[in-house]
Design a protein around this ligand. Structure first.
Ligand SMILES: [Zn+2]
Length: 273
């Protein structure tokens, strides 16, 4: 298993912002003891256009936008292109990208929720393969839903907490399967929901599994806790690994700096068994 990472992604920050370089730096320092680290290359604008409108790409490039959660950092176009490139690399080697910024709140035409480009979506579209996407970040991946709604090549499954940002993902439609959950869900109910969600698409055939791996459902998470333990991420990994598909994962959220690395390790240990 390879981890995709480049220190460049630590170079932007805003004071007090929960999506901090410290969270990814701590995860990197922890994971580098266990895995080989590969460096990504930025995607091209042509790659970004597989997913995003020219207007949106231009907006990120020029910094001509305002979003309270997703500030206009200097060189954010480069960092966002590099993070999308890390998802592409993760797909190529069936690894895990821990690059920032995250991606699943960015839609065809918009950024938001710390996300500028939809990293996972760029990797999926570029592959052209029939893909099952599982999003276990505790926020709904509204951007990923926006990009893939009605796409015959993709099925999207999201488990997320209801009543928090971004306020979407209440119901399922077409190829989009949403499972809203409450704050006190806990491990058992979570795993039951994931298992039945996967059974629901059991008859379909996929060529790969793409995972939006967010760790903010963790019990101590300040933003989106679903009362989950570190161990449950190992179970999630085992369940997803049991699908026996070529698999890649990209980091989304997870805001307990000291526990992000151990939670990712738990997931990856489960996945490879
Ligand atoms: Zn999240």
């Amino acid at each position: 298993m390879n981890i995709i990472f480049d220190r460049e992604c630590l170079n932007y920050k805003e004071r007090g912002h929960p999506e901090s370089p410290e969270r990814v730096k701590a995860a990197y320092d922890f994971l580098k003891q266990h895995f080989t680290i590969l460096a990504p290359e930025p995607v091209t604008e042509e790659d970004l256009r597989l997913v995003h409108s020219a207007r949106h790409i231009d907006k990120v490039k020029t910094g001509n936008f305002f979003d309270f959660d997703s500030p206009t950092y200097e060189n954010i176009f480069h960092y966002a292109s590099l993070s999308a490139g890390a998802a592409v690399k993760a797909r190529e080697v069936q690894g895990f990208s821990i690059m920032r910024p995250p991606g699943h709140h960015s839609g065809k035409n918009y950024l938001g929720g710390f996300c500028y480009f939809n990293n996972l979506a760029v990797a999926v579209k570029k592959s052209g393969l029939k893909t099952l996407i599982v999003d276990f970040d505790a926020h709904h991946g509204n951007g990923t839903e926006d990009i893939f709604l009605g796409d015959p090549q993709v099925v999207y499954i999201s488990l997320h907490r209801s009543g928090i940002f971004p306020g979407t993902g209440h119901g399922s439609r077409q190829n989009i399967f949403n499972f809203p959950l409450t704050r006190n869900t806990g491990d058992e109910k979570y795993l039951e929901t994931l298992t039945s969600a996967l059974q629901g698409v059991g008859d379909m055939e996929f060529e790969q599994l793409a995972v939006s791996a967010g760790f903010d459902g963790y019990s101590r998470d300040p933003l989106a806790s679903l009362s989950l333990s570190t161990e449950v991420y190992g179970e999630i990994g085992r369940i997803l690994g049991g699908l026996n598909l070529p698999t890649f994962s990209v980091l989304e959220g997870g805001y307990v700096v000291s526990d992000l690395g151990p939670n990712i390790l738990s997931y990856l240990n489960g996945l490879k068994k």
